[in-house]
Design a protein around this ligand. Structure first.
Ligand SMILES: [Zn+2]
Length: 425
């Protein structure tokens, strides 16, 4: 089977190439990247006017499978990812039951092999049942192919236990995806502590909730040699701490989610819980620091923190509504509209932050369009303007604050292992 992608703007951070070219794919591999390829093929995709990038990689997805399939499952979540241009995603461990053993990792991989059009990698919990009391069976999870460890959804508050977890992760060379929120300091907080939270009379979440755990965990990474990746940075302080950690030579990387570089807490309308997530939307000053961090490379990746919930879980009082929003089907458009179009990121930097850097963090041979590599490719029309419509989502989740937004940037085709797994028709 041969697939020929014609006349696209091929953007490949792994070779630093940004040029109009064709890509010839044979079976699951890239056979050739060159101008005007005339060889025979079984199918031709016209990519004129489009970005052709290595398939996007999302380090932070909640597939809610097993146990919470009413919110999402492996099939719907991975289809939503394919529609969003992602060819590899990392699923978080806070399911029911929690993914905390090799056996459970294997059962996800068996299911994904049957049901997902893209590569699903699974993260294992750091502690048993995510209870924060004793370490999970990290050795067995590593043996069964866990891609990372993560207690995402919360922080392991016992620093000594987390230190042991990081040391074990380092022993098995697993990156640790780190959700940083001090549970004690957060208390019952549901919104950034600011004018808006005071106006709405809601308990606030100050920036220190995030910053003090990031500071603690970067120090623990320095002590243990673990590969630490800070999830969903939302504060100015987080960017400063990651920058300082990198300057000190510590193995720390970080991500920002599209909602955190797009919205501020001042944008939150009364009673719209689609603006409620953890960490919360922050101030303009924080958003500016996140964008600057993304632009100067302090922040390595853009991840979605795709967090689907059922309508009844969001349609509640702000205090009681679930934290989190969906993100797989809006990430490309928000990145192009808010970062690439205004000139904060070049298309090359977008490909780096959304594919090549996450591949490097995971230690997988992806995020490249060079000859011989696996044909995981996304074709994006950056100038296509449209309105985001939550009713067109493939995800079961409709919990987005971006419904009705005018954006630019549409995924035209997603190709995984040389197969077209999504086309926008
Ligand atoms: Zn999280």
């Amino acid at each position: 089977m041969r697939l020929l992608i014609k006349n696209g703007r091929v953007i490949d951070p792994s070779s630093k190439k940004d040029e109009i070219a064709d890509i010839l794919v044979e079976d699951d591999k890239i056979l050739k990247v060159a101008e005007n390829i005339c060889e025979d093929s079984d199918e031709i995709l016209d990519a004129s006017g489009c970005f052709v990038m290595p398939g996007l990689i999302d380090l932070h997805v909640h597939l809610r499978d097993p146990g919470l399939e009413y919110k999402e499952n492996i099939e719907t979540g991975s289809m939503a990812a394919a529609k969003g241009g992602f060819t590899t995603i990392v699923a978080m461990a806070n399911t029911l039951p929690v993914i905390d053993s090799g056996e459970k990792i294997s059962s996800i991989y068996e299911k994904a092999a049957r049901l997902s059009p893209i590569h699903v990698l699974q993260a294992g919990a750091v502690t048993k049942g995510m209870q924060g009391e004793e370490l999970a069976d990290i050795a067995s999870m590593a043996a069964c192919g866990a891609a990372a460890l993560s207690e995402d959804g919360k922080t392991v508050m016992d620093a000594a236990l987390y230190q042991e977890g990081l040391r074990t992760a380092a022993k098995f060379n697993l990156p640790v995806l780190d959700h940083c929120e001090d549970a004690d300091l957060k208390g019952k907080g549901v919104m950034n502590e600011c004018e808006t939270s005071r106006k709405y009379g809601l308990p606030g979440i100050p920036n220190e909730v995030e910053d003090r755990i990031i500071e603690r965990d970067i120090q623990l990474a320095a002590e243990t040699g673990a590969r630490l990746h800070i999830c969903h940075c939302s504060t100015k302080g987080s960017v400063d701490l990651v920058r300082q950690g990198k300057d000190r030579g510590i193995n720390v990387t970080a991500e920002v989610c599209p909602h955190h570089f797009t919205l501020t807490s001042g944008d939150i309308p009364p009673d719209d819980t689609n603006y409620k997530m953890a960490p919360p939307l922050r101030s303009k000053e924080d958003v500016n620091a996140l964008i600057k961090g993304l632009a100067d490379g302090t922040i390595d990746t853009i991840s979605t923190d795709h967090a689907p919930h059922a309508a009844h879980e969001k349609d509640k009082d702000w205090r009681k509504a679930a934290f989190g929003i969906v993100g797989l089907e809006t990430a490309v458009a928000l990145t192009i509209t808010r970062l690439v179009e205004p000139g904060y990121l070049t298309p090359m930097m977008m490909a780096e932050r959304m594919s090549t850097a996450p591949a490097r963090i995971l230690g997988i041979d992806k995020g490249s369009l060079q000859k011989g590599k696996t044909a995981d490719i996304v074709i994006i029309d950056p100038s296509h303007a449209y309105k985001i419509d939550k009713n067109t989502f493939v995800s079961k989740g409709r919990n987005t604050p971006f419904h009705g937004w005018d954006v630019k940037g549409k995924v035209r085709h997603t190709i995984c292992d040389g197969r077209i797994v999504y086309s926008d028709l």
